[in-house]
Design a binder for this molecule. Structure first.
Ligand SMILES: [Zn+2]
Length: 433
């Protein structure tokens, strides 16, 4: 463990630490950010009234829309002279979300990433190739400073340019790759199609650190098999900090949340009510130490659940499940709730199906139509028509039984679905609702 004292702290002691920090953070937000003052006042809540965790429910939520409305620096709680770095979301819908960090915040960010890397077994002896995009996105710089803090040799490669990625892996003896999971599969694709006979074992790569998009267990197995590595999930969101808010450990079962920096709750996304441990809902974050950009009860829209399971790794930190989808990009198809990750899970259960797919939802008259386009491998593609039509029928049957939806399955030829070097575009919703 990178920080044994914190990561294996008895739960009661952690609660105490959190409560003290919550009091500070709630007051810090109220005193220094007009929006929080306005919201808290409107809800009849004052930081003086905050005594126990039970008072959390009285505090209003912060939403992504609040962040957009206060673009660019409206939610900063310190003067700009104290802010040393900004990050921003891509802003595909409306204003970008801008977050700021003070020197202490930058240290916190590096700390959580260093802890995450250590929990996958990365050490100062490793050579870390960071294929996250450098820039306003938190992934690149986040992983970079965390890896340096851990003491690993860090290669600031950034995303894309697969041939060069592979050249550096070979020449520099890279042992750890950080990227989006879909980009890791791009690399595997590239090797298989351009470097026949290439032996993955000739590289020193052993660990993959993947995040920035939801991915399934099936995708993990696929990456591990094709790149001959152990693949781990790193989770985070720029509004809260960036990658490293939570991380898997050697058990590859749930992600430990770094609770000394983030207080987490699960709520019912419809009612806002707090749900008990073990129940699935939307995860809500409250920052405990952030100076520049405090986030009090930020609604992430990520769907997961929290639990304690006496993890074998020795960490006492609460765990969250791999995020199974988002409460806002959840698809509702003919009244059925479906997450893209569930669709992926079904697809990956079939031999010959590649983890490249696109979901197109449309409305014909009053009926929703869902078409799933999925790539098949060369072998299936060159087989008889009968085998292909059987496969698409079997997939459609599985969708009906597992998800309760009737989907049109289109098998696409190898390499026909556009690849991404960042976040993959999985869903095209053509409905005008
Ligand atoms: Zn663990």
């Amino acid at each position: 463990m990178f920080n044994r004292e914190i990561e294996s702290m008895p739960a009661e002691k952690m609660k105490e630490l959190q409560l003290g920090r919550l009091k500070w953070s709630i007051r810090h937000a109220y005193d220094n950010v007009p929006l929080y003052k306005k919201k808290f006042d409107a809800a009849g809540f004052h930081p003086d009234q905050f005594k126990s965790f039970d008072d959390m429910k009285r505090i209003p939520f912060l939403t992504k829309q609040d962040m957009r409305d206060n673009y660019p620096f409206g939610l900063f709680a310190v003067p700009l002279s104290k802010v040393v770095r900004v990050h921003a979301s891509s802003g595909t819908t409306g204003n970008a979300t801008v977050v700021g960090l003070t020197k202490n915040d930058v240290n916190t960010f590096a700390e959580i990433v260093a802890r995450s890397l250590a929990s996958y077994g990365v050490s100062e002896n490793d050579i870390v190739q960071n294929a996250y995009g450098y820039g306003l996105f938190t992934g690149g710089l986040g992983l970079h400073y965390g890896s340096e803090k851990l003491g690993a040799l860090t290669i600031p490669m950034s995303g894309g340019n697969t041939p060069r990625q592979l050249m550096l892996m070979r020449d520099f003896g890279t042992t750890v790759l950080c990227s989006t999971p879909s980009y890791a599969l791009n690399i595997a694709d590239y090797i298989e199609h351009n470097m026949p006979g290439f032996d993955m074992k000739s590289l020193k790569l052993k660990i993959g650190v993947f995040g920035a998009e939801p991915w399934t267990e099936e995708m993990r197995k696929e990456i591990e098999r094709r790149l001959k590595i152990d693949a781990y999930d790193i989770y985070g969101l720029s509004e809260v900090m960036g990658p490293g808010v939570s991380a898997e450990c050697s058990e590859k079962h749930g992600l430990h949340v770094f609770e000394d920096f983030f207080y987490v709750e699960i709520i019912d996304p419809d009612t806002g009510e707090i749900l008990p441990e073990g129940e699935k809902g939307e995860i809500v974050y409250t920052s405990l130490t952030k100076e520049a950009f405090p986030g009090i009860r930020y609604r992430s829209r990520d769907i997961t659940m929290l639990y304690h399971d006496n993890c074998k790794c020795g960490r006492t930190l609460v765990k969250m499940d791999k995020v199974s989808g988002r409460s806002d990009d959840m698809l509702i198809i003919r009244g059925v709730n479906v997450f893209p990750s569930q669709i992926e899970s079904v697809l990956m259960g079939f031999e010959g199906v590649e983890p490249h797919y696109q979901i197109v939802v449309d409305r014909k008259g009053s009926m929703d139509d869902i078409e799933v386009m999925v790539e098949i491998n060369e072998k299936i593609f060159s087989d008889e028509i009968k085998i292909m039509s059987n496969l698409s029928k079997n997939i459609a049957d599985r969708f009906r039984s597992a998800l309760g939806i009737n989907a049109k399955i289109t098998l696409a030829e190898p390499h026909s679905i556009p690849r991404s070097e960042g976040k993959a575009v999985r869903v095209i919703d053509k409905r005008k609702i």
